[in-house]
Design a protein around this ligand. Structure first.
Ligand code: CMP
Length: 143
């Protein structure tokens, strides 16, 4: 996968609201648990139907969440994807493509569970984001 180490991640996470509540020391420990991976524009990061063990936090760049030809969402710095399969163990619900050079901090599912148990304050802003996505999906249902 070619991770480039955590120093990058801890710096970039400083601007990510989900980790705002953590002390710098904790943020560093959390950052160390994941790995930074870079993707060229056009690269498929996650494929619909595939097995999913990675949670992705976008440190830089832009991705599109697609189902067939329909673009469900465009996500950028500070946003996450891949949480659905990590949470329920089911196949990936959509494709996620890098549409610009993109850097993600990637955490495997077992570490994701541990992260939320150790720092439950991260979960509430994530739930808020999920509710926002659900509302948005309700207002533009897939045809
Ligand atoms: P997962 O199913 O693991 O892999 C595909 C990801 O795309 C999914 O997790 C979510 O993170 C993201 N995703 C799926 N549907 C939507 C949507 N309607 N809006 C935003 N993101 C989505």
């Amino acid at each position: 996968m070619g991770g480039s180490g955590a120093p990058d991640a801890v710096e970039m996470m400083a601007g990510v609201p989900y980790f705002d509540g953590l002390s710098e020391k904790t943020r560093k420990a959390v950052a160390d648990e994941g790995k930074v991976i870079s993707y060229d524009a056009g690269k498929m990061i996650v494929g619909e139907g595939g097995a999913g063990v990675g949670f992705y936090l976008i440190l830089d760049g832009k991705v599109e969440v697609r189902k067939g030809s329909k673009v469900l969402a465009t996500l950028g710095k500070g946003q996450f994807f891949g949480e659905m399969s990590v949470i329920d163990g089911l196949p990936r619900s959509a494709d996620v493509l890098a549409v610009a050079p993109t850097k993600c901090w990637v955490l495997v599912s077992w570490s994701f569970g541990g992260l939320l148990k150790a720092h439950p304050e991260i979960a509430l802003p994530m739930l808020k984001e999920l509710v926002k996505r659900l509302r948005s999906a309700q207002s533009s249902p897939a045809s």
